[in-house]
Design a protein around this ligand. Structure first.
Ligand code: NAI
Ligand code: CS2
Length: 488
């Protein structure tokens, strides 16, 4: 698309931006130019710029991987397209809110740090995946044994982790007498702002206690609830984008039409009027985050493990099986919704029905394998809180028990036809060691439950929980996933 962006070959159906791009400055530095950010924050910023003609541009940074994507983005003047795919029709939008990009691999760490320390930068936002926070998933505190953190403690001026970059950039700003920036997490992490804050301050305390105090007093970390299903790009989606746009766009991304962004209004150095483009600013995001993480992401993980084991490649494929469809709805309504404490008038039934409709969208090829990734980081926040609720209330949580058992079965690395599963998870080595010892046998359950980073002490010691997960696991190995879901 590079030289073609103003090219007449671009389809007239592509919705183009109509703001003055020359006004934009990198006032937002974003860590994590992945699939999601392209179709969410960058797109909402684009729509906001259409309405406000302000100067809130974005500088994109990938700290890990994505080198090629950054190079391609530069080649096309940081313009790219987003294809919103409904069940019946698609809409393509050209995004022009990004003005710059950097990658430490070819620009160097110092260039990244200097960008973050530029005076006009007001917000550093992140979509760095759950593991990017380098925290212990069950406690949400910095994991001091994390390999990246260990390196950054030794040499904090030359960081590797996102947390190390943020702390060093804040140090530079403090020492130069500049205003701090807001740190805004847009990851699927429960209380993502609080987790980001804990990680940053825990790390700062390890290297410079005065800096930790300065950060505590001067930096804000708003929580956000982010929602839009954005599967990883495939050759098929990129070909479709080429057809719709009229020229190739290697940075193009496809997603569902639905979009939601709820943001805690707590910015230390100004913020864009994202509410002009559909975002909501509220004083307390936590209930909305919890609702989304438990109802959407919790059932997503349930469908991902049971779907993969049952031979379904995509979430929409699982929705063609009535048992899976019903189980996902029951998971939302019976296992997750009762655990929530929502503002009056929140329609959780309606929310669940809408989620089932979104999961059914046949145009969206969202792989069960993709969602199954990094389960050790995801399950505590998607299922842990709800499990604790049911255990203390004595209510039924069989959907959660089967979901956890399916994750355990999945991380064995071997599917129901004895084919290898490409398991991606920071705790893979631990899973391998456990399965080397036990094989696919119910005896693996107790050892897996001993992984404290995932389950924490209270769950491990709960006999009812251990028994329910063990019998769900046994059912999975003797009858298979489809039958286990049907008998729910
Ligand atoms: P992706 O795989 O396309 O991109 C991952 C991004 O994370 C890359 O930019 C990479 O550089 C960065 N990253 C990976 N490991 C890192 C680390 N250790 N430290 C710093 N940066 C790291 O994934 P995608 O789809 O963009 O999702 C990213 C995150 O966005 C998810 O983990 C989730 O928390 C959030 N999200 C994703 C949604 C989706 O449907 N894709 C929807 C809602 C939230
Ligand atoms: C998914 C999410 O990959 C996953 O774990 O559950 O990325 C999901 O698609 C989004 O949170 C939807 O907003």
């Amino acid at each position: 698309m590079s030289n073609n962006i103003t090219n007449t070959r671009i389809s007239t159906k592509v919705i183009r931006p109509h703001f003055d791009r020359s006004l934009l400055k990198s006032r937002i530095v974003h860590l994590g130019f992945g699939a999601f950010h392209r179709a969410h924050q960058a797109l909402i910023t684009n729509e906001m710029l259409n309405k406000t003609n302000s100067d809130w541009g974005i500088c994109e940074i990938n700290l890990f991987g994505g080198e090629q994507l950054i190079k391609q983005l530069r080649e096309q003047d940081h313009l790219y397209t987003v294809c919103e795919k409904g069940a019946q029709q698609s809409t393509v939008k050209m995004i022009a809110s990004v003005v710059e990009s950097l990658h430490p691999t070819f620009d160097g760490r110092q260039a990244v740090l200097e960008k973050m320390a530029e005076p006009q930068v007001a917000i550093v936002s992140m979509t760095i995946t759950e593991k990017g926070y380098c925290t212990d998933p069950s406690s949400g505190r910095l994991d001091k044994t994390n390999a990246l953190i260990k390196q950054d403690i030794v040499d904090p001026r030359s960081p590797n982790s996102a947390i190390g970059y943020i702390v060093e950039a804040l140090r530079l700003r403090r020492d130069r007498g500049l205003t701090p920036f807001t740190v805004m997490s847009c990851d699927n992490v429960q209380e993502n702002g609080h987790v980001a804050r804990a990680a940053v301050i825990d790390f700062a305390q390890l290297i410079d206690s005065e800096l930790a105090v300065w950060i505590e007093q001067n930096v804000t970390f708003p929580c956000t609830m982010v929602d839009r299903i954005v599967p990883a790009a495939t050759t098929e989606t990129l070909d479709e984008i080429t057809r719709l746009v009229g020229v190739e766009d290697p940075c193009g991304i496809a997603c569902e039409p639905f979009l939601q962004w709820v943001i805690e209004d707590n910015f230390v150095n100004g913020r864009p009027q994202w509410d002009t483009a559909g975002a909501e600013f509220v004083s307390d995001v936590v209930p909305f985050e919890e609702m989304k993480l438990r109802m959407l992401n919790g059932s997503h993980s349930f469908l991902a493990y049971l779907g993969y084991l049952g031979g379904y490649e995509h979430i929409s494929d699982t929705m063609t099986n009535q048992h899976y469809r019903q189980a996902a709805l029951d998971m939302m309504i019976k296992a997750q919704a009762p655990t929530l404490n929502m503002p009056q008038g929140t329609d959780l039934e309606g929310y669940a029905q809408l989620l089932i409709e979104r999961f059914t969208n046949p145009s969206l090829k969202h792989q069960t394998w993709q969602i199954a990734m990094d389960g050790s980081q995801k399950l505590p926040q998607r299922m842990g809180g709800s499990l604790r609720f049911h255990l203390s209330n004595g209510s039924d949580y069989k959907w959660l028990a089967l979901g956890i058992a399916a994750w355990m079965r999945y991380v064995s690395g071997s599917d129901e036809q004895n084919q290898e599963i490409d398991v991606r998870d920071p705790m893979l080595a631990q899973f391998k060691a456990i399965y080397d010892e036990h094989g696919i046998n119910v005896s693996a359950v107790k050892t897996l439950l001993g992984l404290e980073a995932v389950f924490a002490d209270d769950l491990i010691k709960n006999e009812s929980f251990v028994n329910q997960v063990s019998s769900a696991y046994q059912k999975l190995i003797s009858e298979g996933a489809r039958s286990a879901v049907a008998s729910l």
